[in-house]
Design a protein around this ligand. Sequence first.
Ligand SMILES: C[S@@+](CC[C@H](N)C(=O)[O-])C[C@H]1O[C@@H](n2cnc3c(N)ncnc32)[C@H](O)[C@@H]1O
Length: 211
Amino acid sequence: MDPLLPPEIEDYAAAHTDPPGPLYEELAEATRARTDDPQMQVGPVEGALLKMLVQLCGARRVLEIGMFTGYSGLKMAEGLPDGGELITCEIDPHAEAIAREFHRKSPHGKKITVRMGPALETIATLRGPLDLVFIDADKEHYPEYYDAVLPLVRSGGLIVADNTLWSGRVLQPRRKTDLAIVAFNDKVARDDRVEKVLLTVRDGILIARKK
Ligand SMILES: C[S@@+](CC[C@H](N)C(=O)[O-])C[C@H]1O[C@@H](n2cnc3c(N)ncnc32)[C@H](O)[C@@H]1O
């Protein structure tokens, strides 16, 4: 992921955001050491934003599509009350093993239910209402994920999608993935069932609030 902002600005934003704490530093380090794509992890600023969104909408039931090694899921679980639940979807058993290791180390891990298998299949088994859905898995499926989860989201609930500026490639889409992100952003922009804002945070975060 090429950063949209100068690294100094990203660092400044991180320095003025609640620090994630030693467990997340350990998780980031384990992800760098033990996976090939550590840049997929959301990082401290987006992690803090996700936790805050969970708190702001008073979420008790959250769905994450794309757990990886668990950073964003754990941050959102932190924002849930006791008894709240985060269901998270993943297909990679290596990432799952690392995530579960860190779920066990966190007091919030007990709020997390991991569902292994293609996310569209998992979503088909779920019932609503969901308070917040975070979409961060394979970009080609973003439009399908949106269609599948919107009926499950309660009125006033949020769909939050990561990487929606795709390092700026939305301006000149060439590859299949670029086109899928553009199709997703256009689809949400046209959808009168939601209010939406595309934030220029990190790699672009689209927030849609169901009316
Ligand atoms: C960008 S990473 C998620 C990063 C994570 N949210 C974090 O902050 O650490 C995307 C993840 O989606 C997973 N994934 C890809 N296709 C998937 C699918 N069809 N169903 C579920 N997970 C999928 C990948 O294995 C990968 O771990």
